[in-house]
Design a protein around this ligand. Structure first.
Ligand code: ZN
Length: 272
């Protein structure tokens, strides 16, 4: 690397990170509106306290929140720091995914899947059930982007494996629903994440895919054990052990989603 000349790969990684901030801003809308059954297209972003529509400069990721010191400009209601944090997290994830894929076009479908995963995990974290449409839209977009990548590189098999993965994920969701139709509590929230993760692993080559699946198995059973131990400790302590939620303070969301995120992160590093 010579002074005065910035490598194209570095520019792509930074640009992708900045793009991720704006995608994070969109994810905030998805996370807030889809569990309530509201349209993500209309109306434009508004203050959830005084319902005034936000101007474009109040909507700049992270920057606006900092400039307005986390308050609405008209009603002074506090704006949750969760909004800039989601934007920042998405920016970081896009940066990592682009770095791991060396700035190639193959970055794009993986970014779509990662964004979908963030949305599902955060909807679940808020205590809602993530609609299948969130995972479905992110996976569908990823398939289109995998298709463009396959056309660009003339490697059509690279389109087949993510497609097989997505189909396997869909089958797993249907089988789980048939096997346990009464599962309406938090345990069933994150199942749609299986669609995203299976498509993700389908898009990987052998070594990162194996590293990811191995991580998933270990992380899932560790998470299940931790959840069971926490629940039992509550019962033994004579506290609110019969309450159904929230009983999983030790993990980010449910063991399933936490394990899938860990597996995706490990596969990213293993494939870099
Ligand atoms: Zn307001």
């Amino acid at each position: 690397m010579t002074a005065g000349r910035i490598p194209a790969e570095l520019v792509t990684v930074i640009a992708s990170g900045v793009f991720g901030l704006f995608v994070g801003s969109f994810l905030n809308v998805v996370i807030y509106r889809t569990p309530l059954g509201l349209s993500i297209a209309r109306p434009r972003s508004f203050c959830t306290s005084c319902e005034r529509q936000l101007t474009w400069w109040e909507n700049v990721p992270v920057v606006s929140w900092l400039a307005l010191r986390g308050r609405c400009r008209s009603c002074s209601a506090a704006v949750s720091p969760r909004y800039p944090m989601v934007e920042l997290a998405t920016g970081v994830v896009f940066t990592l995914v682009t770095w791991a894929n060396h700035g190639s076009f193959r970055t794009a479908p993986f970014c779509s899947l990662a964004a979908g995963m963030l949305a599902v995990a955060l909807i679940e974290y808020e205590g809602h059930r993530a609609p299948l449409g969130v995972a479905g839209a992110a996976t569908g977009l990823a398939m289109v982007l995998f298709g463009i990548d396959a056309a660009l590189t003339h490697r059509w098999w690279a389109l087949g494996t993510p497609l097989l993965g997505a189909l396997a994920g869909m089958v797993a969701i249907v089988v789980l629903r048939v096997a346990d139709p009464t599962c309406e509590d938090h345990r069933g929230h994150g199942r749609t994440a299986l669609l995203l993760a299976a498509c993700w692993f389908g898009g990987l080559s052998g070594r990162p895919a194996l590293a990811g699946v191995a991580t998933w198995i270990v992380a899932y059973f560790a998470g299940m054990t931790a959840t069971a131990l926490t629940a039992r400790r509550r019962v033994v302590a004579g506290g609110s052990g019969t309450r159904s939620s929230p009983e999983i303070p030790v993990v980010f969301t449910t063991p399933l989603v936490s394990a899938l995120i860990a597996a995706m992160a490990v596969s990213l590093v293993a494939g870099a």
